[in-house]
Design a binder for this molecule. Sequence first.
Ligand code: F0G
Length: 463
Amino acid sequence: MNPTAPDIKSPASVSRLRCINCGAEADRADQDFRCPSCGDLFEVFYPGWQSGQGLTAGQPADALKQLWRDRKTSLALADTSGVWRFRELLPALKSGFEPITLREGNTPLYDLPRCARSAGVQFLQAKHQGMNPTASFKDTGMTTASSFARQEGFRWVACASTGNTSASMAAYAARGGMRSLVLIPEGKISWGKLSQSLDYGAVTCQLRTDFDGCVRVLNELVKRKPIYLLNSVNPYRIEGQKTAGVELLEQLNWQSPDHIVVPGGNLGNSSAIGKALVEMKDLGLITRLPKLSVIQAEGANPFFRSIHEHAGKKLIPTQADTLATAIRIGNPASWKKALRVVQATGGVVEQVTEIEMAMAKAEIGADGVGCEPASAVTLAGLKKLVKRGFVKSNESVVLILTGHVLKDPEFTLKFHRGDLFSGTQHEKDAGSLAPLQRAPIVLDATMDAVAKTLEQFENEGRQ
Ligand code: F0G
């Protein structure tokens, strides 16, 4: 234990668990993180916070903002993490326990000028959560939840995953001296993500099922074995992921954008960012709530259908299918939490086609940023929200990009070679993607051959 590490406990961060359905409160959850009374999910809440007054720890909003800014120059372990830097808004670890951190968070906010033109808005930015240590947004929640797993003395942690949660969990377990068990759907996750969990030393099981089937198996397993569950039903994950929203507002000098657009799979991330927005408003850190909108792939759209076919009253699980394997999820665990924050902020839920998503991914790449397919549904969805008048052209928009462009190179290569949709029902519409395709060009090793290619591009006026 590092004796110079700060004590990250503060009176403001004394937290409890509360069931989102029946309101039952608890100090700790059972291993499946379900309410023992009604079976719904828990959320973390902070009895020490006073609505609209800032925190009762004697730190009003302005002082907190200054404290968080000052910590950027600190060398203390917790301060170098873009998550624990905001620890007044997080559950506290017990005295003497350090967080497991890979210096997550601290992710960039980029302008996307080309994408803005394509979507028809003047101000478009992307908060790139793919710039985290294991290249996805999962790290911000994994630092908190894995730290609680270690504090509780667990030797094993586990998750079901479409690839990013497992990569992140495996890394944090390894850093924290714990073993990790990964359940992934066989053949349905990208090689990059699979290779990460192998490298970080996880016991990796490829189950002959989909993501939802992996979740089912894991839920049974954690009731029988002493394993700590690290899926996003674990409310300590949501608390860490919340900080992406706080860091975003800090980067915008606490001026709320008009819209934040998030991809939706299991719906933990939208819940987390929405929780951050509502809490920041409540604590006086911001004065206006951005509208939080969630975008799903058409082939994995149970949340979209819940809203549009059942007014959000129920969610009927679907058989999910999309090339954006990260969000190939038919039965999202956190849909009620996501619904609550979409409604609280006045956002909407939209869906996009495979072609729209592929086009948007290439456009984000062409802005020099890049992301994995699931993240690109945000831009594709934004275009639709502009068309239907929900987003006005003079409103400011931030897309949350969730995964790095290198997470799924197979998708990118197939896109540029022009065979991403070969043999699929989308093949007939794929012609619209041609202007963005940049297949590698094989040439003789002569200056002339290369110069000629260059001239061809110039003459055709290709960007
Ligand atoms: N984007 C990426 C890159 C993801 O990996 C995920 C989820 C999402 C978006 C959707 O986020 O589930 O919080 O709504 N990936 C999970 C996983 C399910 O296992 O890696 P969500």
